[in-house]
Design a protein around this ligand. Structure first.
Ligand code: ADP
Ligand code: ADP
Ligand code: MG
Length: 646
């Protein structure tokens, strides 16, 4: 076993690797960017080396600097985590040339799976079922259209160099093919510098089921499957293991195919073979096809750990250090069911816009595993993935595990930034999902219901109102009326986009009536603190003019300052600024154009996604300061509308 390893990553995955190292008595070296100098992974490691900079290119992608840090700090091996350099075969070559061990597969195994077309060819030869389609060299539009016709619509066009759902287009009808091809190719050229595409049969009622494999360079075993069908824009949201509806027969067939895939490339370490599965009529041994292999530890690996009892990072270290596979296939089994939910700083109603902010309060559920790279007080910065944590639960059955997931989400407390917690909660309560009817279209179909912030309950508003006005203090036994605040007080609260007017009427020490529209809630102070119309106060966090209420339906409530509101009335800012650092993809307007409120003015690409920047009001474009292709900082002025003269 190694005595010291360096972790070439940040965030929750770096912390996750350090956890196992501590348990095994392995010394750890962290690397970090300037903005991560005091990050949790740095605090946890035995030794830390600064890489400088903020952006990944200036820090976590600097392979040479990372290798120098490993040598200088006495590390014998480098764990790449996921993302960053984890699937970069040139980095693997450089690590080995420096006399260090790369904790992962060989450069040649990564190269073999790097391009989707070559990987599919290779898998076909190894006897692994692949999605029917065309993955040849011919790229002329007419020839590709003929291939699509032969495959049969609907088809999927995929960039061979693709990842993260980019360069991918679903085409339902022949007449849409040419346009879809052109846009997939241009997206692929921009994102990967490679416009080459393949065409695939689009599997209807698709499920994404992947198999965890583990190899020693020659032989491989599998650690069963994960179902990752709950996706939004091809990105995973909640994952589970095992897959609902899986049979022993289909599991054996998928496991064997995944092991064949791994052994065909002499795979070493942890990897994932992703299959697309036809879920229209139950799972079948002839109803799954190889999609791609991810040659690294996957974000959702904890659900596999939960059901197998295996620490995958421990296995990675052992095998990289030259030990044989820790267990044979027959020695692996499934115990119960597990879920993982990915908690992100993102603004769900605004179209899942990645968010930033200081986590003024952060607390995780007592009965769940929470993998995180942040603590209370830390900042979610615009430079990296906005993941806050992964919440993982395990139970004896799917039903119990799902109940534990709902409870764990309700007990997760985040204040200081918007999160997708309410969305995750709604998803965990979704009827179809609860029944195990999952497919990759589920979230898209029910998006409105899943993101609808139902009107906040008046009891919650009453609690927020008392907290924001300071009336929620405990009355002293001798408090008379006169010592209490003004008898009646009007305040305005903002929830999302909505302003809500409330009237607070003090009825005596420890008793306040809160009126919201035509509903009134009586708040009373008793032996167990405040109750709102009999309901106990919810756990909550107050900071400045805002309060975050936790629970199954978390809620952020802000107090609207009446003066600020008057000033801002109708002013609708005419300046469009970049909400985060990113790349300006397109600008749709020119000086002199007339725009209406809500019009798309430009597209900013940031944090792996494209964000439309909209006009906040009607107006005429006075100035365009952004040009397509430019890299901009957060807050950079991009477009200005003429002064509102009304
Ligand atoms: P996939 O969707 O291919 O199964 P994952 O969901 O495991 O893969 O992660 C998607 C990719 O997103 C990772 O390979 C990595 O490139 C990137 N990624 C996700 N989270 C982070 C993070 N915190 N830091 C760096 N990269 C990340
Ligand atoms: P990426 O490299 O971007 O992760 P994948 O090939 O893994 O690309 O596909 C991403 C997602 O797209 C899958 O998880 C699945 O939801 C969907 N998908 C991919 N191929 C097909 C297909 N042939 N039919 C239906 N859905 C598909
Ligand atoms: Mg994938």
């Amino acid at each position: 076993m190694f005595d010291t390893i360096l972790i070439a990553n940040r965030g929750e995955i770096a912390c996750r690797v350090i956890d196992t190292c501590r348990r095994l008595g392995v010394r750890t070296v962290a690397v970090h960017s300037d903005v991560d100098a005091t990050a949790r992974h740095v605090e946890m490691a035995d030794h830390a080396v600064s890489l400088g900079g903020a952006s990944p290119a200036e820090s976590y992608l600097r392979g040479d600097a990372i290798i120098d840090a490993a040598r200088a700090s006495g590390a014998q091996a480098i764990h790449p985590g996921y993302g960053f350099l984890s699937e970069n075969p040139d980095f693997v070559d450089a690590v080995e040339a420096a006399g260090l061990v790369f904790i992962g597969p060989s450069a040649s195994a990564i190269r073999a799976m790097g391009l989707k077309d070559a990987a599919k060819d290779l898998m076909q030869k190894a006897g692994v079922p692949v999605v029917p389609g065309y993955q040849g060299a011919e790229q002329a539009p007419d020839a590709l259209a003929a291939e699509a016709e032969a495959i049969g619509y609907p088809v999927l066009i995929k960039a061979v160099a693709g990842g993260g759902g980019k360069g991918m287009r679903l085409v339902e009808k022949p007449r849409d093919f040419a346009d879809a091809l052109a846009s997939a190719q241009s997206e692929a050229r921009a994102a990967f510098g490679n416009a080459h595409v393949l065409i695939e049969k689009y599997i209807t009622s698709p499920r994404h089921i992947e198999v965890q494999v583990f190899g020693d360079g020659t032989r491989a075993v599998h650690l069963f499957e994960r179902d990752c069908s709950l996706q939004r824009r091809h990105q995973k949201v909640i994952e589970e293991a095992p897959a609902p509806g899986m049979t022993d027969e289909v599991r054996a067939a998928m496991g064997a195919a995944a092991v064949r895939a791994a052994e065909a490339i002499g795979y070493k370490g942890a990897g994932t073979v992703e299959f697309i599965v036809d879920g229209s009529d139950g799972l079948r041994t002839d109803g799954f096809w190889f999609m791609e292999m991810n040659t690294r530890l996957q974000v959702e690996h904890p659900v596999t750990e939960a059901i197998t009892g295996v620490d995958l990072v421990e296995w990675q270290l052992q095998v990289a250090a030259g030990a044989p596979l820790p267990r044979a296939q027959e020695e692996l089994g499934i115990d119960g069911h597990a879920f993982e939910a990915r908690l992100y700083a993102e603004d769900v109603p605004a179209g899942f816009l990645p968010a930033t902010g200081r986590l003024s309060h952060l607390a995780f559920p007592p009965d769940a595993r929470a993998d995180t790279g942040v603590r209370s007080g830390d900042v979610i910065s615009p430079h990296y993935d906005p993941m806050i944590a992964k919440i993982i639960v395990h139970g004896p059955s799917r039903e119990v595990a799902l109940r534990k997931l709902r409870r764990a989400l309700a007990q997760t407390e985040v204040a200081g930034t918007v999160t997708n917690l309410a969305f995750l909660g709604a998803l965990a309560r979704h009827e179809g999902f609860s029944a195990g009817e999952v497919d990759t279209g589920l979230i898209g179909r029910d998006l409105d219901a899943l993101t609808d912030l139902s009107a906040p309950p008046p009891e919650a508003l009453a609690q927020a109102a008392l907290m924001l006005t300071g009336l929620d203090r405990a009355p002293e036994p001798l408090d008379g009326f006169a010592l209490w605040d003004a008898l009646a007080q009007d305040i305005t609260l903002r929830v999302g986009e909505d302003d809500i007017d409330l009237r607070l009427t003090v009825q005596g020490p420890g008793q306040v009536e809160v009126t919201v529209a035509d509903t009134s809630v009586v708040a009373r102070f008793g032996a167990n603190g405040w109750r709102y119309q009999g309901q106990a106060a919810r756990p909550a966090y107050l900071l400045g003019g805002g309060v975050t209420l936790f629970g199954a339906e978390p809620l952020v409530v802000e107090r609207v300052d009446p003066l600020a509101r008057a000033e801002g009335a109708g002013a609708g800012s005419g300046l469009v600024e970049a909400p985060m650092p990113g790349l300006v993809r397109s600008v749709f307007v020119a000086v002199g154009d007339t725009v209406a409120k809500g019009d798309r003015l430009a597209i900013l690409e940031a944090m792996k996604m494209e964000h439309a920047l909209l006009a906040a009001r009607d107006g005429i474009v006075a100035e365009v300061m952004a040009e397509a292709g430019a890299q901009v900082d957060a807050g950079a002025a991009l477009i200005r509308l003429e002064e509102d003269t009304e």
